[in-house]
Design a protein around this ligand. Sequence first.
Ligand SMILES: [Zn+2]
Length: 151
Amino acid sequence: MRNKVPQQSVKERIKNFFEVALGFSKEEAEGSGGRWEELEKAHLSGIQPAEFTDNINDVPDDIIYKGFVCEETGRAFNITADELKFYRHHQIPLPRNYPDVRTVARIKTLFLIKPFKTKCIFCSKDITSYYPEELGYKKIVCEQCYLREVV
Ligand SMILES: [Zn+2]
């Protein structure tokens, strides 16, 4: 029988990305038919990201047979043939971090709140809005006008 993957409550989950890092203990993983590998015993020899070039055109084909060590976590990872093909096609440098680290970085950008400069529709004062234009909000007002006109 499979164990349930640990989760945060919704109240906690909306505040951070820690749930991504929650996982099974060794006993839970093995109890669910999974495999457990101790990081200390894992094969961590590999190329340090600083050792390879940023220019994807200079990366040799046999890079897919080599291991890399994540700059942030020290965990080992590989580049697959399809990944290398993708990076070459889009002229993207090889990644320097373990896949999970890259996933968390991508997720963070999805939830990043960006300020936008706009003008109050009542007094034309320059104000900062957190509603991107593409959402289509037209009636954005400053705090003073909101308190006077809306409340
Ligand atoms: Zn105003």
